[in-house]
Design a protein around this ligand. Structure first.
Ligand code: ADP
Length: 667
């Protein structure tokens, strides 16, 4: 298949020359102009991959796979041959792969083993406007790499191309030594933006936007001329719910519908979110059959990462699910928050790709003015820095405060990350990475979880922790159907999975699901029976194998710790969890509330999805994996523990004062 006639085609020669001439180049252009799919191919065809591969990073996993697939198709080769992709826990590349699409996090990890990136002749940082944490760190690392004049060990000069939809081009150019900027002229049609006035500032925090989005979508379907619809919602659950509602509503307005194909007469409903299988994702690019309107219900991924042709109508919920660091509890929290105004414009623009379009924002003007910020804050300014600071320290970047950040994070966030690394024993009092820190960084997991895994491995019982780590690394495994009757049924089955484990706790439930499913004759049928997402468990199986490989390698090192401990299976499991999660510890303070012990003393509740919900009075100390905030702070994936297991660990929470910390940062 040949590449389509995209706007970028006219700039081909200019692009190739610009990359040849200078070490850094910035390329901007409308979403959909062909940057991600065409530019790497142009560079390859111009011979720029002769001394190493062309590495293209994307902040999102789905986009990485989807774009690689597309380019392989266009170039007529098998995926994983000339064109391949690499994302966390899934490597589809080979020796011959000259164009490697990968997530930015993957490239960051590669720098750990190959600091000069000697495998690559060109690095393309795509979707730079998203300002993901890993891309921001890569900006700084690549800049540093070039500042060390002619780094020894590289045969040829490496080229860096930064691609962005729009945004802060001058700032970026200045950051990379006033490098040239090439703009790809795009084409787009006018989009009429309509305020539907269905959400007011009072609706922040409520989930009313799901049903409102469904109503507006059906309205558009019934009243507007032909053209596909793109609905922006927040996450997998909300999207599945909206799709279910769309079927139901469509049914009640007397539409024939086929559940298998998810097609209502006249309306083809397709969900799109990060954790979908690639086959499902491919369907969103196919044109709908004649006379049928395609309706894609998506997360933010369709705003810039993936371009769906034929969309004339956008329904914008005005919300996005975002990982934010919450200083109140000192934890990262996945929150549903209003999008920024520039994000809303980008979403609306998706309606004007093929002809003039309309965008229906559910919100009111008041909401727009009061709740939506001008721009989205870069991730580095709002999320936990623990993992990246450990990575930087392992790369011998000791002064993590004066690292060349495009937008420096707040110093207190850096200090908080250092404190957590110190608490985990990943760095010492002088800020140097410890041996444990070097082990921890090997795992593509949050440091707390890696700590628990390493503890288990040192006791020779990684079989208990690896499945849990894998289950926590994939999307939610529990199916929560929208229908109340089915929901009850699912809840009963989920409870059964919990009660079969001795000493009930949510981590053990995950282990139980993993083990039972693996042992069953037909894992997919088993999952169906227990209302568990088979696809998620299947990916957990593969993640577990990869984590096991890392563990096995580490265990062969002569200085890997070895310990012994006598106790029951559940006790060992819970003690291993303590080794990492003692930082997330809370003690019961009243009938149903717990108080965190990290110095913040936040009051938290056990989330209703936990097997320990309603058993609070029986518990005293708990540790937890994550936090969700609505009107209250909820902790999710919870395990009861004993004080005696924590006694030695808790003092670490209160060591290092502010003065010591800032010297740790600069050492
Ligand atoms: P940009 O990077 O400038 O946003 P892309 O290169 O991603 O642009 O997209 C160019 C075109 O390729 C778009 O029309 C898009 O719909 C199409 N495209 C990208 N990925 C796929 C895919 N997996 N299947 C079908 N079409 C795709």
């Amino acid at each position: 298949m040949d590449a389509p006639a995209l706007p970028i085609r006219r700039s081909r020669r200019q692009l190739v020359e610009a990359v040849r001439e200078r070490p850094f180049l910035i390329v901007t252009g409308e979403t959909g102009s062909g940057k991600s799919t065409q530019l790497p191919r142009y560079l390859y065809e111009a011979g720029l991959a002769e001394h190493g591969a062309i590495g293209v990073t994307q902040p999102r996993r789905v986009a990485t796979v989807s774009v690689a697939q597309r380019v392989a198709e266009e170039m007529g080769c098998a995926l994983g041959a000339l064109v391949g992709y690499q994302v966390r826990f899934d490597d589809c590349t080979s020796e011959d792969t000259a164009i490697r699409y990968m997530t930015d996090g993957c490239l960051l990890r590669q720098i750990l083993t190959d600091p000069l990136l000697s495998k690559y002749s060109v690095i393309v940082l795509d979707e730079a406007h998203e300002r993901s944490l890993s891309t921001d760190i890569l900006f700084g690392l690549l800049k540093k790499l070039f500042l060390q004049k002619q780094p020894a060990g590289r045969r040829t000069e490496m080229k860096v191309v930064v691609m962005s939809a729009t945004l802060e081009v001058e700032k970026l150019s200045e950051f990379f030594g006033h490098c040239p900027v090439l703009h790809i002229p795009g084409r787009s049609y006018p989009v009429k933006e309509i305020f539907c006035n269905l959400l007011s500032p009072r609706d922040v925090g409520s989930s009313a936007y799901v049903t409102e989005a469904v109503k507006v979508t059906l309205d558009v379907h019934l009243n507007e001329p032909e053209g596909d619809i793109l609905v922006f919602l927040t996450g997998q659950n909300e999207i599945e719910r909206a799709c279910d509602l769309l079927f139901k509503k469509a049914e009640s307005i007397d539409y024939r519908y086929e559940v298998h194909d998810r097609a209502v007469e006249g309306l083809l409903i397709l969900p799109l979110y990060g954790s979908m299988s690639t086959d499902q994702q491919k369907r969103i690019f196919l044109p709908a059959p004649r006379g049928i309107r395609k309706c894609v219900v998506s997360t933010n991924i369709a705003a810039t990462s993936l371009t769906i042709e034929g969309v004339r109508y956008v329904v914008d919920s005005g919300f996005v699910k975002q990982l934010n660091h919450n200083p109140r509890v000192s934890l990262d929290i996945l929150e549903v928050v209003p999008i920024s105004k520039s994000e809303a414009k980008q979403r609306a623009g998706r309606a004007g790709r093929t002809s003039a379009g309309k965008s229906f924002g559910l919100y009111s003007r008041e909401f727009w003015e009061q709740c939506m910020p001008e721009h989205t804050l870069p991730e580095i300014r709002r999320s936990s820095l623990t993992s990246v600071i450990l990575t930087l320290k392992c790369l011998s970047v000791h002064d993590v405060i004066r690292f060349p950040y495009l937008d420096p994070p707040e110093e207190r966030h850096i200090l908080e990350a250092l404190k957590e690394l110190y608490q985990c024993n990943a760095i010492d009092r002088r800020g140097h990475v410890t041996r444990l820190g070097e082990f921890l960084v090997q795992f593509p997991l949050p440091p707390k979880l890696s700590c628990a895994v390493i503890k288990a491995a040192s006791l020779g019982c990684e079989d208990l922790l690896l499945p849990i780590a894998a289950m926590l690394s994939v999307e939610n495994v529990f199916i929560r159907p929208g229908d109340p009757q089915k929901q009850k049924e699912a809840e009963l089955q989920h409870q059964e999975l919990a009660s079969q484990v001795g000493g009930c706790n949510d981590f053990a439930t995950l282990l139980n699901i993993f083990e039972q499913c693996k042992a069953s004759e037909s894992p997919s049928a088993w999952c169906k029976e227990y209302w568990i997402h088979w696809r998620a468990v299947k990916s957990a199986f593969s993640v577990e194998r990869q984590l096991r490989e890392i563990t096995t390698k580490l265990k062969q090192l002569p200085d890997f710790p070895k310990e012994t401990f006598e106790g029951s299976r559940t006790e060992i499991l819970r003690r291993c969890l303590c080794a990492g999660y003692f930082i997330n510890v809370a003690r019961r303070s009243a009938a149903r509330t717990f108080c965190t012990m990290d110095g913040h003393g936040s009051i938290v509740y056990i989330h209703p999805s936990s097997t320990l919900y309603n058993q609070e009075t029986l518990l005293e100390w708990i540790i937890f994996h994550e936090v969700a905030v609505t009107s209250k702070i909820y902790v999710r994936t919870v395990c009861p523990v004993r004080y005696e297991w924590l006694r030695e660990l808790l003092p670490r929470l209160h060591q290092l004062d502010a003065h010591e910390l800032s010297s740790v940062a600069r050492e």
